[in-house]
Design a protein around this ligand. Structure first.
Ligand code: PNS
Length: 168
C-alpha cells in the first residue's frame, strides 16, 4: 500500500492545501495529513483547532486522515508507514524554503519528498497572507473553507488582532 504524508502548520488550512491533499489522494492509497509545529512560526490557532479544521475540510476525501505530528516529521512518517512526503509549492520561494527540509528528512530517515505544484488559482494563497489580509479587514472567504473563516474571525477577535474593520 502506498502511503504519503502531507505535512504542514495548517494555520489555517486553505483551499490551496485542500487541493494539494485531494490531488495526493488520487496518487496514493492513503494520505495522512500531519499537523505539525514549525519552530519558526507562532501559530494563531491551537493544534486542536488546526486538527479539527483540517479534518472538517477534508472529510469528503475517503482515503485521507488527519493527525498531529508530535515531534519530528520523519518519526511521524515511520509511525504511519509512509514512504513519501508530499508538499505543495507555489513558486521558487517555496522551493528554496522546502529544499533544505526535504534534504534533512532524506538524511535523517531516507524518506523522499515529492513537490506538487499549486494550481494557478491557488498559487497566491498562503496561510500567512490570509491572516494578514484578515487583520486589515480584507475578505478571504473564498480562500479558506467556511469553518476556517469563522474560526479565524473568532480567534482574531479574542486576541484583538484586527487592525482594520472587524469581520462578521
Ligand atoms: O506549513 P509549513 O510551516 O511550511 O510546514 C513546515 C513543517 C511544519 C512541515 C516543518 O516545520 C516540520 O516538519 N515540523 C515538524 C518538526 C520537524 O521534523 N522539523 C524538522 C524539519 S526538517
Amino acid at each position: 500500500m502506498s502511503i504519503a504524508v502531507c505535512p504542514g502548520s495548517f494555520d489555517p488550512i486553505t483551499l490551496g492545501h485542500v487541493d494539494i491533499v485531494e490531488r495526493a489522494a488520487q496518487l496514493f492509497d492513503r494520505v495522512v495529513v500531519g499537523v505539525a509545529t514549525n519552530s519558526s512560526k507562532t501559530p494563531l490557532l491551537s493544534v486542536v483547532q488546526r486538527l479539527d479544521l483540517a479534518r472538517d475540510a477534508l472529510k469528503h476525501v475517503p482515503n485521507v486522515e488527519v493527525a498531529e505530528v508530535p515531534g519530528l516529521l520523519v518519526d511521524f512518517c515511520a509511525a504511519h508507514g509512509a514512504q513519501v512526503i508530499v508538499k505543495g509549492i507555489r513558486g521558487s520561494n517555496d522551493f528554496d524554503g522546502e529544499t533544505p527540509m526535504a534534504l534533512m528528512n532524506q538524511h535523517l530517515s531516507g524518506v523522499e519528498t515529492v513537490f506538487m505544484h499549486a494550481r494557478p488559482q491557488y498559487a497566491h494563497i498562503a496561510s500567512s497572507l490570509v491572516k494578514d489580509v484578515m487583520r486589515f479587514g480584507g475578505d478571504v472567504a473564498d480562500m479558506v473553507p467556511p469553518k476556517v473563516h469563522n474560526a479565524m474571525v473568532v480567534s482574531m477577535g479574542e486576541k484583538n488582532m484586527f487592525l482594520g474593520k472587524e469581520q462578521s
